[in-house]
Write a new protein. Structure first.
Length: 224
């Protein structure tokens, strides 16, 4: 009859009251009952360090192949028609000393990090980054010295190779400085890679760029 409550309706109300405590209710849509998608932020999962080591190895090999191709072209073209040897600016030797010093301070920073001395690590890491910037400024000043002597990119094949070698190396070193700044400024508590792995990967690239510069300088000096 209208206005009366049936037995089925009473049983349904009792079941709903029992389920009101959360034991009989269905999980929210999209939830997994484990607290992953219920609005709470999942913790960042660490990525395997091998992925970063593989990536930097591939990057180093790519850069090496590029410069080896340039070096091969330099050796083939050297001494040909119109070849006028470029007098290496004295400032390049100073720049080389600055870059080699940066490798030393980078190793000191790595040792501080292994000892969990973060203030010491950051101090030496900042010195390394600053020395890298000083090296780039020195390279620019060396180019200005050649320009004042009337030696330009298109002056002759020798000057062309000099500007290409030094310019390409400076560009790749600028990428290394970016990596150093990233390690210095990154909050690794929220990162997928540990600070030690990031610092080691950046160190590999930086040391490679230092060694590459020694090779290029020797090539330009002895191959005149």
């Amino acid at each position: 009859m209208p206005g009366t409550i049936t037995t089925e309706e009473i049983e349904l109300l009792i079941e709903e009251q029992k389920g009101g405590g959360g034991g009989g209710t269905a999980p929210p849509a999209g939830g997994n009952g484990g607290g992953g998608d219920d609005g709470k932020k999942r913790p960042n999962r660490r990525v395997s360090p091998g992925r970063y080591y593989t990536g930097i190895a591939i990057g180093i090999i790519s850069v090496l192949m590029f410069f080896m191709a340039l070096a091969s072209a330099f050796l083939v073209r050297r001494g040909g028609a119109g070849w006028i040897p470029v007098q290496i600016p004295w400032l390049l030797w100073v720049n080389t000393a600055v870059l080699m010093t940066s490798s030393g301070t980078l190793e000191l920073a790595s040792k501080r990090l292994k000892l969990d001395d973060l203030p010491g690590f950051r101090q030496f890491w900042l010195v390394t980054t600053s020395l890298g910037v000083v090296f780039l400024i020195g390279q620019f000043l060396a180019w200005r010295m050649l320009v004042k002597q009337g030696v330009y990119l298109a002056s002759n094949p020798s000057s062309s190779f000099f500007y290409i070698f030094t310019g390409a190396h400076a560009l790749h070193l600028l990428g290394g400085i970016g990596g150093l700044i990233y390690v210095a400024c990154r909050n690794f508590e929220k990162a997928k890679v540990p600070r030690t792995v990031a610092a080691e990967v950046a160190s590999y690239y930086w040391h490679f760029m230092d060694g590459l510069w020694l090779f290029l300088l020797a090539l330009m000096y002895l191959g005149r």
